[in-house]
Design a protein around this ligand. Structure first.
Ligand code: PGA
Length: 256
């Protein structure tokens, strides 16, 4: 039984005051539900600040990136050890903005995924094709390669806990979304690849989110697809009322 997971990717937004006020407003809108996991991924310096209020309301905490080393002379980087120490349970890895703007490679994502598990963090591994790749009908091959490199060599007991976020690059922040049907087809392909690499059981256990212009009005279409187990939400996660509506509509879709 896969528990749906809705994660807020705040990206480089919010000050300390905005972050604490967001958590209390969201907390007043939602009650902790076993039927769904809600994860907040603030910029790293805000993790410690919202860890306690998140615990109080039953929200999980995630980071948006990390380095793979535990400590050392890596100016400007943040270690998985510190993320764990600050209260993070999840870490987004390989987001397309990291890949496109900061040159992150599949191999680096793979090292980060292994380091996350070494520190008991669950990675949310982002994959997705560009518009050009979609038009060239390369979606499955691009996403398949990203997934297989990211998960290569992992212990199956870890792989089943991974969250894969399928985020078409052209849908991120654009207002465009993949159709739920197309997103489910890609999710099925991801499970097929993982089934071949590990086992059918592992492929069935792990959760796959959709990401890219998710909002309260479209979340239920995605969650009605059996292959899709939640969403990674950027822009629409910045307002507590809008994000609460996404979580509530997701719960409604799961229940129906
Ligand atoms: P968006 O971003 O919801 O603003 O499209 C999603 C993401 O980048 O994870």
């Amino acid at each position: 039984m896969r528990i749906p997971i809705i994660a807020a990717n705040w990206k480089m937004h919010k000050t300390s005051e905005e972050a604490t006020s967001f958590v209390s407003q969201l907390g007043s809108q939602l009650k902790a539900e076993d039927a769904l996991e809600t994860v907040l991924c603030p910029p790293c310096p805000l993790l410690a600040l919202i860890a306690e209020p998140c615990r109080k309301y039953g929200f999980k905490l995630g980071a948006q990136n990390m380095y793979w080393e535990t400590a050392g002379a890596f100016t400007g980087e943040v270690s998985p050890l510190l993320l764990k120490d600050l209260g993070a349970q999840y870490v987004i890895l390989g987001h397309s903005e990291r890949r496109q703007l900061f040159g992150e490679t599949d191999q680096q994502v793979s090292r980060k995924v292994r380091a996350a598990f070494a520190h008991e963090l669950v990675p949310i591994v982002c994959v997705g094709e560009t518009l050009q790749q979609r038009k060239a009908e390369q979606t499955n091959s691009v996403v398949g390669e990203q997934v297989s490199i990211a998960l290569r060599g992992l212990d199956p007991s870890h792989v089943r806990r991974v969250v894969v976020a399928y985020e078409p690059v052209w849908a991120i922040g654009s207002g465009l979304t993949a159709s739920a049907h197309d997103a489910a087809a890609v999710a099925r392909h991801i499970r097929k690849i993982i089934g071949e690499m590990f086992s059918l059981k592992v492929a069935r256990d792990l959760r796959i989110q959709y990401g890219g212009s998710v909002k309260p009005e479209n979340i239920d279409e995605f969650l009605r697809e059996v292959e899709i187990d939640g969403a990674l939400v950027g822009g629409a996660s910045l307002d507590p009322l809008i994000f609460a509506a996404i979580v509530q509509n997701a719960l409604g879709a799961v229940a129906s």
